[in-house]
Design a protein around this ligand. Structure first.
Ligand SMILES: [Zn+2]
Length: 1054
């Protein structure tokens, strides 16, 4: 007789949970039947490799027997296992799997090919590998190799995820066996798992939720564990339930497989190469079994690594790319930081990324993919469009601490008004696990309901979890179209974005300006030397390319034989781009990552300097013994500046005759001269008479004044600026009550993300640093350079020394700073209280500048208490302002009339030695009349970062004209390089820098035959563009019109 029981929701749910549990009642539940028979593998041999060796080297290793229970280490070491498997002959025709857990990441190799990754951790665990889907006689005896990497998915933090690495961790081999995998049980298991999750996660008061609970309970009642006939019946019941379909109006989740692999983070670059192989070998193996499975994969650098180190895996990947299932996305070299890289670096990320995908796969990505980066600069939409991408995907703004971003699918309008379709997967995650809870949350959290009915769902474990799993694919397949659950459709990004463009183009909202992340704002400052090297590298490579291009054009008419070092320049750019990865440049990686990063920077410095010198020498003549001093200007405006013409102790130049009245030997023993150089050109070094000399004097009240024909600056005994005035003006730019150049020390203890986060409450711990070691003293008195030196104690273990320098003819005063820094969670800043009244400050970014409020009116304003800026920031009222320039800093905060530049942090995780030691950097103050644009702030910030260079070349230049010049300072020539693919052509990149439309004439003092517009990918644009007028001749000219902040790339044939 049937007995109707009153069902209690919780007990019924938990009954189902225990029936599927991997922990409880496995002797009587369904989970316990997944593997019906087990046999231990006993013939295991081990070889402790000397490093991350190749398979070919590993198989030649010296192997000796080992067994379950043995431990292997230390952290980052590699161990290889040779496993001889003997499977019982009675298992013929059954699906047999190898179960292996060594507690660490591992790669299975068969016949020299990487075939699948294994992860040793509990969550996510991937500890099984299919030996045979249907065992044959020939497969009974087999040998495998397993490569064990002694690290977890997230490295080996001593006391948790982001704490510094434990160098001595050992990992224990806990499981090695072969087993029969019962697919019938597994299919039923996945059915019930989906039903269980639906019953659990559908709203508690929903009818559908109860229907699922009863259906699930009924199936469990019908099942007899161990009796196959009941399995068939159970599956039929589940199928009936799951085939109840949704209506047409249901939200569609576009499921895309993904594995977010950080290119370096809590492990070094070298381990990432293996993480890619482990993840992608697993992915292609799943693709062979699941024909509907699609996988999205970003970062050309990772593809290139796999191509180089795992050619057989790469050829399988190529096969699936061709099928449209392994989908390259993002169009960038790596997933870079979104704030700090220069505009040109962004273009190169796209140029080299897209170039790779085009060459290897014939694909140009249409979507920029940056799910995990710490904020997104306002020029990204235009830079993307310039490089062939009109769609953008991220989800990081879901991490905002204060404000909830109001959209999931929207138009993002950048600095110049370029608009890209943008999507934030509403699950707020890029590593979903195929759970009902996630798909329900995705729809609940989708913010543009009514405007659009679809969103993305990225599934797959990242960082060595090896991407999607069999479990996820099975469950998502069952969720495709089930009443009560959003539709889940395996899709490519292109399918998703195309449908949104078609259905919702006119109904989506627009967000203007940067996508600021209200978190991780310490990353503009952490690992200061990385920021410094990045800035230096960006400028060095730019300047090198400029003169290498000029030398190449010149080599056609001279007999210099100079060849453009394209491969080497590309190699250096790629190193720089690699270090711009979103955990390296922001400063959030472990210590050993920075050892690699600085090695790459040193490579860029050394090789870049050699290439630069060689290019400049060849601009003028073929190489012979250099003997003539010249001044090199790599910027596109004429400059007159003080330069060092002979360094202290430099014998090489001592024979040079110098007119003594035109030079100054400074306090360091360097000989200085005032020189003039043409725009983008090289000229003989001729010391000039200075238009107005610089002076230093001590006032009656002990204050020191430095004065040139642009400005007068007064400093007190501890180096603080008490007055800063423009020549001929009575206005003091700095506050009369609070001196500027005031160093400050803040407590800097975040809530968790040490290297990443500076919290708003740090602002309440402001402590001025005024303890003088050496009081301000005049070192140089002019006529070319005046300077004051002083030093301060920061704490018992840290101190700083600063040289305040004013040079003849210069419109800014420089602060050359040396800091010895040994702090724990302290933040060093320098403060400039001004006399300026305004409600917004202006900050330099990629190819332009943006305004941000200086007040805390709204929660959106106050959340931006620390922001990113590049070479300068400015505070201006009508006709008057102050700019702070810098040569390697990125963190800034301006509140009311007070500007602050962030200098050094001291987090202890994940790198416990981050930023400890000595630092050197320069910032400058530039008071100005008029607007920042009219005052030349933008040009002066370039000048500070790209000083004139004195170099020795074989021959005196015959011309003093520059090679490139522009008719207006409103336009900046940001890059000149040889074309990547077109012979005898160069690329010029310009942008409108003032924020207003303009016409410009670019003069090319080179034999140029024709000029056309092109994209950032160097594809020539159609002829019908009448906004460009080329006039041949020498010089040739190009007339152009540009809209505010527009980026223009030109291709010029010669
Ligand atoms: Zn990441």
């Amino acid at each position: 007789m049937e007995h109707v029981v009153f069902k209690h929701r919780r007990t019924t749910l938990e009954r189902a949970e225990k029936f599927l549990s991997s922990l409880y009642f496995t002797d009587v539940n369904l989970y316990g039947r997944l593997y019906s028979e087990h046999v231990p593998v006993t013939n295991i041999e081990h070889y402790a490799a000397t490093g991350r060796v190749s398979y070919d080297e590993a198989v030649k290793g010296d192997y000796s027997p080992t067994a379950i229970g043995q431990s292997f280490g230390p952290t980052w070491s590699t161990h290889w296992f040779r496993i001889h498997v003997e499977i019982p002959s009675t298992w013929e025709d059954r699906e047999v799997r190898l179960l292996w857990n060594c507690g660490a990441e591992a790669q299975v190799w068969i016949d020299g090919h990487p075939v699948q990754g294994l992860s040793g951790e509990h969550n996510p665990r991937r500890d099984d590998f299919i030996v045979s889907k249907k065992l044959t006689k020939q497969q009974i005896k087999q040998t495998f190799y397993i490569e064990m990497a002694c690290n977890g998915l997230f490295g080996a933090g001593k006391h948790g995820l982001v704490s510094p690495t434990d160098p001595n961790r050992a990992y224990t081999l806990s499981k090695a066996e072969v087993a029969i995998f019962d697919r019938e049980v597994a299919d039923l298991f996945w059915d019930l798992q989906v039903l269980y999750e639906m019953a659990k996660d559908l709203p508690e008061n929903s009818e559908r939720g109860y229907q699922t609970l009863y259906a699930l309970n009924n199936i469990i009642n019908q099942l007899e564990v161990g009796n196959r006939t009941t399995y068939t019946y159970g599956r039929e019941l589940a199928k009936q339930f799951l085939s109840q379909k949704n209506s047409d109006s249901q939200h569609v989740l576009h499921a895309m497989g993904h594995a977010h692999i950080d290119t370096a983070w809590l492990w070094p670059y070298a381990e990432t190469i293996r993480k890619c192989a482990r993840s992608w070998s697993t992915t292609v193996q799943l693709m062979e079994r699941y024909p509907h499975f699609l996988f999205t994969c970003s970062q050309a650098q990772q593809f290139e690594w796999v191509k180089q180190y795992y050619p057989s895996l790469y050829s399988k990947i190529c096969h699936f790319v061709k099928e449209g299932r392994f989908i390259p996305v993002g169009g960038s070299w790596v997933e870079m930081d979104g704030n700090i890289p220069s505009g040109e670096a962004f273009i190169r990320q796209f140029l080299y990324g897209q170039e790779y995908f085009r060459k290897e796969f014939g694909v140009t990505c249409t979507e920029f993919w940056l799910p995990d980066t710490f904020g997104y600069a306002a020029q990204i939409p235009q830079m993307m469009q310039h490089c062939g991408m009109t769609r953008f995907l991220t989800q990081k703004l879901s991490w905002n601490l204060v404000n909830k971003f109001p959209h999931s699918t929207f138009w993002w309008s950048g600095l110049d008004g370029s608009t890209v379709l943008t999507h934030f997967p509403p699950g707020d995650n890029y590593a979903m696990e195929g759970k009902v809870q996630e798909v329900l949350y995705s729809v609940k959290n989708f913010k543009d309901k009514g405007r659009s009915g679809r969103s993305c769902y990225l599934f797959g474990y990242g960082d060595g979890g090896h991407g999607p799993s069999e479990d996820m694919l099975e469950k998502l397949q069952r969720l495709e179209n089930v009443d009560g659950i959003p539709k889940v459709k395996m899709s490519s990004p292109d399918e998703f974005f195309s449908l949104v463009e078609k259905e919702s183009r006119g109904s989506l909202c627009t967000w203007h300006g940067e996508l600021y992340l209200e978190m991780h704002n310490g990353t503009y400052t952490t690992q200061a030397k990385v920021k410094k090297e990045n800035r230096y590298g960006e400028i060095l490579l730019r300047n090198t390319e400029l003169f290498a291009t000029i030398a190449t054009v010149g080599s056609l008419t001279s007999d210099s034989g100079y060849k453009y070092p394209q491969a080497e320049l590309q190699r250096l750019w790629k190193l720089l781009l690699l270090n711009q990865f979103h955990d390296v440049l922001p400063g959030s990686s472990i210590e050993i990552v920075y050892e690699d990063a600085h090695r790459y920077y040193e490579d860029i410095r050394q090789s870049g300097a050699t290439l630069f010198a060689c290019a400049v020498a060849n601009v003028l003549a073929k190489e012979s013994e250099p003997s003539t001093p010249v001044v090199v200007n790599s910027l596109c405006w004429e400059r007159s500046e003080v330069v060092i013409i002979q360094r202290a102790g430099d014998e090489k130049t001592s024979e040079q005759k110098k007119p003594d009245d035109r030079v100054q030997t400074d306090s360091r023993g360097n000989t200085l001269a005032f020189v003039k150089a043409p725009s983008c050109g090289v000229v003989s070094l001729v010391p000039l008479v200075v238009p107005g000399s610089v002076e230093a004097s001590v006032n009656q009240n002990g204050l020191i004044t430095l004065k040139n024909d642009h400005l007068t600056v007064t400093v007190d005994h501890c180096g603080r600026v008490t007055s800063l005035q423009l020549a001929g003006s009575e206005k003091n730019t700095v506050s009369c009550t609070h001196p500027a150049n005031q160093f400050l020390l803040y407590d800097d203890v975040p809530l968790y993300w040490d290297a990443w986060d500076v919290m708003d409450y740090h602002l309440e711990t402001r402590k001025p640093i005024n303890s003088v070691i050496g009081k301000a003293t005049i070192l140089d008195k002019g006529p070319l350079k005046a300077s004051v030196e002083f030093s301060l104690t920061i704490s018992k273990q840290s101190h700083l020394k600063q040289l305040i320098v004013l040079e003849a003819g210069c419109s800014y005063v420089k602060f050359v700073t040396q800091v010895t820094w040994h702090e724990n969670r302290k933040f060093l800043k320098v403060e400039f209280p001004t006399s300026i009244h305004c409600e917004s400050a202006t900050y330099d970014i990629q190819f332009g500048h943006i305004k941000r409020p200086t007040h805390y009116n709204t929660s959106w304003d106050s959340a931006r208490f620390e922001v990113c800026s590049h070479k300068w920031a400015d505070l201006s009222e009508y006709d008057f302002g102050l700019s702070v320039l810098n040569d390697c800093k990125y963190g800034f905060s301006t509140v009311n009339n007070v500007m602050r530049l962030s200098l050094l942090r001291s987090p202890k995780a994940p790198d416990e030695h981050a930023d400890m030691g000595s630092h050197e950097f320069t910032y400058a103050l530039m008071p100005h009349k008029g607007s920042l644009q009219d005052a030349g702030v933008i040009q002066q910030a370039y000048n500070l970062n790209s000083p004139l260079v004195v170099q020795y070349v074989p021959q005196v230049p015959s011309t003093t004209a520059g090679f490139f010049s522009l008719s207006t300072p409103q336009v900046v020539l940001e890059a000149v390089k040889m074309a990547e693919r077109v012979e005898r052509a160069m690329i010029l990149r310009l942008y409108e820098a003032f924020g207003g439309k303009t016409s410009v004439t670019l003069t090319l003092n080179l034999p140029v035959k024709n000029v056309k517009r092109c994209t950032g990918l160097e594809d020539v644009l159609a002829d019908d563009d009448d906004s460009l007028l080329f006039t041949p001749g020498q010089p040739a000219t190009v007339c152009l019109t540009l809209r505010p902040f527009q980026i223009v790339s030109l291709i010029a044939w010669f």
